[in-house]
Ligand binder design. Structure first.
Ligand code: G16
Length: 554
């Protein structure tokens, strides 16, 4: 409706609520994640949103995208944010219907509509519910997570806050598509799937994938009762003609059906059991709470995220969106070096960044890389500025359809061409924070003395604490994980997670390499046993925590 004919907007009174700083609002690897009840305390979310406004120079005259993964408190949080945006005189907020937007779809909308950024509500793969987890992060105008300069500004603002502005208005109906007003601000409720699905059609050969299904191949996609259900139904079952029932657990639920929406062999075990059993589908995949992670499986095979990144980097040129080839690739430091081998063989640039998708943003914006990924089940490209679960699934499907190969054959061929990086991650969760800090400090203190020492995994050739110098803006990010490299090509990395909500999570990243075809068929347990042993020698986590082993192995 042109502005002149719009119904007159009823003037609403802005109210200023006094507030004081709340401890612990420092954004982690991916925004602020806390227990839901913490976020539900009066003023907690409001303080952080006010800090975002301060960090970005205020919402006045700006347009934002807002949406989340539908977890418990998503809807209430969105109403709070809308009132605060309107009180701050934002011009327009684009919201996914019923408050739903997958993280990659939100990133796409921010870019497509040329907005000033967006707020995404999710605690990713962590469980949802009043006693589980919630999270919020700000994405910038490029569609990517706020960089460290901005998160530092937001954190600083949380420490000096004196109050926030809001409106006293009823909730907006987020089920109804179209525009409404909140004060002078336009709230535009959009279908969360349409624009994203259209983007996928520009990148992949939908005819080839449709043909793959028509010729009798089958797949299962486990949406884990999280946000990708409606996306996968539309794209896989409607647009690509996969039979109904291909998408499992397709209805997003506020508590994800009581499980962890975490696409790994622990939390998506039924899917793993399915591909390992009789009548396994040709291909299977899962995504997480907010739709940015992925797990890839073939008949009888689990593809590690690091291998998936390498296989995609080696084969992406077979699909329309990447037919021109890749300009370069990047991986987070703890991710295995499998993709480096592809980059080297193909003469592509390869970057090693700290953990956190925000570190890929500059490389993508500056066109230094096309594809990037992380060991934590994230893969993405220059099509958005977030990792993208369904995109990775479609890229795999396109490669399977174009080559006519199975996942097992593709993987075997890949190892023959590039060698095999065995990989696993051991997580020790909810460890007492002081104990975790002591363990990290203990290893940090002896890093310089390690080279030359021999352990079961081989002789140590290098040991350091990873720091990253961003080649685009020159910023330096120090303290990004302890690394120990062996002469056998094996590597150990230790770091504290930046996404946990309880105590500390120690992550131990284990990697071993072989180019001996006779060993390609080894189990990861066999191939990694020496490095696992060396990990406990270097950082005695079990003896310090009294635990028998990791809580989660992926
Ligand atoms: C986030 C980040 C990823 C990171 C992951 C794990 O993913 O976007 O870059 O790899 O957390 O981080 P950490 O090891 O610090 O826990 P997500 O899917 O949780 O938003």
């Amino acid at each position: 409706m042109p502005p002149a004919t719009r119904p007159k907007v009823r003037a609403v009174q802005t109210v200023t609520i006094k507030s004081t700083p709340i401890d612990g609002q420092k954004p982690g690897t991916s925004g602020l994640r806390k227990k839901t009840r913490v976020f539900m305390q009066p003023g907690y979310l409001e303080n952080f949103v006010q800090a975002i406004w301060q960090g970005i120079g205020g919402p006045k005259g700006k347009t934002f995208v807002v949406g989340g993964d539908g977890r418990f408190f998503n809807d209430s949080a969105i109403q709070i944010i809308l009132r605060m945006a309107a009180a701050g005189q934002a011009t327009r907020v684009i919201v996914g219907q019923n408050g739903l937007l997958s993280t990659p779809a939100a990133s796409h909308l921010i870019r497509l509509r040329g907005t000033d950024g967006g707020i995404i509500l999710s605690a990713s793969h962590n469980p949802g519910g009043p006693d589980e987890d919630f999270g919020i992060k700000f994405n910038m105008a490029n569609g990517g997570p706020a960089n460290e300069t901005l998160t530092d500004r937001i954190f600083a603002a949380t420490q000096t806050i004196t109050g926030y502005d809001t409106l006293q208005t009823p909730d907006i109906d987020l089920a109804r598509l179209g525009e409404t007003h909140l004060g002078d601000m336009v709230v535009e409720v959009v279908d969360p799937v349409t624009d994203y699905a259209a983007l996928m059609e520009t990148l992949f050969d939908f005819d080839a994938i449709r043909g793959w299904f028509q010729s009798g191949h089958n797949m299962r996609f486990d949406a884990m009762h999280a946000v990708t259900g409606p996306y996968a139904k539309e794209i896989l079952e409607r647009r690509l003609g996969a039979p109904k029932g291909t998408v499992l657990n397709a209805t997003p639920l506020p508590d994800f059906g009581g499980g962890h929406p975490d696409p790994n062999p622990i939390w998506a075990k039924p899917l793993v059991d399915m591909v390992m059993g009789a009548d396994a589908p040709d291909f299977a995949a899962a995504s997480d709470g907010d739709g940015d992670r992925n797990m890839i499986l073939g008949r009888g095979v689990y593809v590690t995220p690091s291998d998936s990144l390498a296989v995609l980097a080696a084969n992406a040129h077979l699909t329309p969106g990447y037919a021109a080839g890749l300009v370069g690739v990047a991986r987070s430091m703890p991710t295995s070096g499998a993709v480096d081998r592809v980059a080297k063989a193909r003469g592509m640039a390869c970057f090693e960044t700290p953990t956190g998708w925000k570190f890929f943003g500059n490389l993508l914006d500056d066109r230094r890389i096309t594809l990037c990924g992380e060991e934590s089940a994230g893969t993405g490209s220059n099509h958005v500025r977030e990792k993208d679960g369904l995109w990775a699934v479609l890229l795999w499907l396109n490669i399977l359809a174009t080559t006519g190969q199975s996942v097992t054959t593709l993987l075997a061929d890949h190892w023959r061409a590039f060698g095999r990086n065995f990989y696993s991650r051991h997580d020790y969760e909810a460890v007492d924070s002081d104990t975790a800090t002591d363990l990290m400090n203990g290893l940090r203190a002896k890093l310089a003395t390690l080279p030359g020492q021999s352990l079961s995994a081989g002789q140590i050739v290098d040991a350091d604490e990873f720091a990253y110098d961003d080649p685009v803006d020159g910023s330096r990010s120090a303290g990004q994980g302890l690394r120990v490299m062996f002469d056998t090509g094996a590597r150990l990395v230790f770091r504290l997670s930046g996404t946990g909500t309880e105590g500390a999570t120690i992550r131990v990243y284990l990697e071993a390499f072989t180019d001996d075809p006779a060993r390609f068929g080894d189990t990861p347990e066999t191939a990694l046993s020496a490095i696992i042993d060396s990990a406990e020698t270097l950082m005695p986590i079990k003896s310090a925590t009294g635990r028998k082993g990791p809580d989660v192995t992926t």
